[in-house]
Ligand binder design. Structure first.
Ligand code: PRT
Ligand code: ZN
Length: 210
């Protein structure tokens, strides 16, 4: 039977738990840091190690059959993929943050303001849902320093402990969306027997953790 390919994050916050989940499923593979693809010795699966941002696109195009990635990244990519299983790790919330001494008090106060983010699509959707228009300043990282530099009135970024907001003189203002790691698949894969076996193993690993 033809191997399936699963894309996981190469390095970063989801890498270790993604690798651990696959190992807990009984999959035997070498986790070489330098190789971008590895074959599982005892299962019809190959593992691709990618930047998380590339995973939804690879899966949507069918270059990978499966992927493990944060919901925030899936949403922002606007790629069409199938949610197969919520994985319960990588939990975080995309939030709007404002300076501690900001005059902004309610959502309406964001009208016409500048908001810095690496998530322009999700932010745009959130603003539209609330009938707001704001200037979205898309930057590629270190979003939390933007207000202090005068680049924006607010930010929209991932928060987990809130420590980064705090240490940059910001406070959480509104929740935009929650996120956790998700096992996704390309469309039309659901009947595949290799996937069915893998999904059963993933679900029993998750159940054992409850
Ligand atoms: O290199 P690559 O592109 O693959 O990785 P990346 O740098 O884009 O992502 P990475 O590894 O930082 O995060 C991968 C995924 O983990 C994210 O897409 C989220 O789904 C999830 N996740 C969970 C987080 C966090 N928690 C998190 N705290 N992603 C980012 N952060 C950052 C956030 O951007 C902010 O700078 O941590 C900071 C805030 O953390 P606190 O604890 O100070 O609030
Ligand atoms: Zn990324």
């Amino acid at each position: 039977m033809k191997n399936l390919k699963i894309a996981i994050q190469k390095s970063g916050r989801l890498n270790e738990k993604s690798v651990q989940l696959l190992k807990n499923c009984g999959l035997d593979f070498e986790n070489y840091k330098s190789s971008l693809i590895t074959t599982v010795n005892n299962f019809n699966l190959e593992i691709l190690f990618l930047r998380d941002d590339d995973i939804p696109g690879y899966v949507a195009q069918g270059i990978a059959d499966l992927g493990i990635v944060g919901e925030n990244v899936i949403d922002e990519s606007q790629e069409k993929v199938t949610y197969l299983q919520r994985l319960g790790f990588g939990r975080c919330t995309l939030k709007i943050g404002i300076p501690k001494d900001s005059p902004i008090q309610q959502l309406q106060d964001l009208q016409g303001k500048a908001i810095a983010t690496t998530y322009p699509n999700i932010l745009q959707e959130f603003l539209a849902e609330h009938n707001l228009s704001a200037e979205i300043r898309q930057i590629s990282g270190s979003v939390e320093i933007a207000p202090g530099l005068g680049l924006s009135d607010a930010i929209c970024d991932i928060v987990s402990t809130g420590g980064t907001l705090k240490s940059n003189g910001l406070k959480p203002f509104a929740d935009v969306r929650r996120s956790e790691a998700i096992l996704i698949g390309r469309d039309g894969l659901t009947e595949n027997p290799i996937l069915c076996e893998l999904l059963q193993r993933v679900q029993s690993v998750l159940r054992a953790k409850e």
